[in-house]
Design a protein. Structure first.
Length: 302
């Protein structure tokens, strides 16, 4: 750990991830904690970070720690004001410095991006977009960032031009765990059921509420398998999202951040519509974005 030069941090709502970076840019260690922003009061952030990376800090001097994600939200460690699109992903020059008790900590929190019309915000995804630009310098098109709140970002000339957020993942989680559908959905997956439901959700989004209840009814009356019910629930919701996001992906090259799980589901759904779609590793672009954001710091080394 004595060779550590700086620390990259992705602080989300549910999890905290840190990479200890050496002077040559090599990753000396990766740390993960369940102390996400949703679990912490404002005065608990410093202690949570020290629990995770305290042994990587120097005995004397200061260590630069560059943070992206919801640590910069209003309810986070220190609010990092949004920057308006069109904009390049913010770098260290736009970061907010958080006050600390430990003199070894030099905390820089990156801001998110905002869009006034229609109103929208992102935190963390802008750093992943910076990582996409680092990996694909000439990419122009649409970046899809699936998750609890999926983002669709139109990018050109290494700037975010516009973006839209869909709460599809959160709606799925609420329906899966807290609605009447919790009695009929399983933990597995059915590819054919998903594909069929995506098509239905795209072509007929209006009766979504009725189609969702039909999953419950079909399970009771016709023995709909739990895995098929779960895949159809996801497919109906993603299909409705694709209908709403059509202006972003139709006729555009689409790069999905992520290669497994929900990202793969989005790729399958888009490919079925004839979209030009690729995937890229989410962790790689997150770290790549933090590295790119730090590149402008001249005095970062402790």
């Amino acid at each position: 750990m004595s060779a550590a030069s700086w620390i990259a941090v992705d602080w989300g709502l549910s999890n905290l991830r840190a990479w200890v970076i050496g002077a040559d840019g090599d990753i000396l260690d990766k740390r993960v904690s369940g102390q996400g922003v949703n679990t912490l009061a404002r005065d608990a952030f410093e202690a949570a970070l020290l629990d995770l990376i305290g042994d990587a800090l120097p005995e004397t001097g200061r260590m630069t720690i560059l943070v992206c994600g919801n640590a910069g939200a209003r309810e986070g460690w220190a609010e990092a004001p949004y920057r308006a699109v069109p904009s390049a992903p913010p770098g260290v020059a736009q970061a907010t410095r958080a006050l600390t008790l430990d003199p070894r900590l030099d905390i820089r929190i990156l801001p998110g991006l905002k869009q006034m019309k229609p109103p929208d915000v992102m935190r963390g995804e802008e750093t992943q977009i910076a990582g996409v630009f680092a990996a694909r310098p000439n990419f122009d098109g649409v970046i899809c960032l699936p998750g609890t709140h999926t983002k669709w970002a139109q990018v050109s000339a290494r700037e975010v031009v516009s973006f839209r957020t869909f709460m599809t993942g959160e709606i799925f989680a609420l329906l899966e765990k807290r609605s009447v559908l919790r009695h009929v959905v399983g933990d597995g997956w059915d590819d054919a059921a998903f594909a069929e439901a995506v098509g239905e959700g795209m072509s007929r989004p209006a009766p979504l509420a009725s189609n969702l209840f039909s999953l419950r009814a079909e399970a009771l009356l016709a023995g709909l398998a739990p895995d098929a019910a779960r895949a159809r629930l996801s497919g109906l919701l993603i299909g409705m999202e694709l209908a709403g996001a059509r202006a972003y992906w139709l006729g555009q090259p689409v790069l999905i951040v992520g290669e497994v799980g929900i990202a793969q589901a989005y790729r399958t759904a888009l490919a079925a519509q004839g979209a030009m779609v690729e995937t890229i590793d989410a962790e790689a672009v997150t770290l790549g974005g933090l590295v790119a954001a730090r590149a402008g710091m001249k005095d970062a080394a402790p």
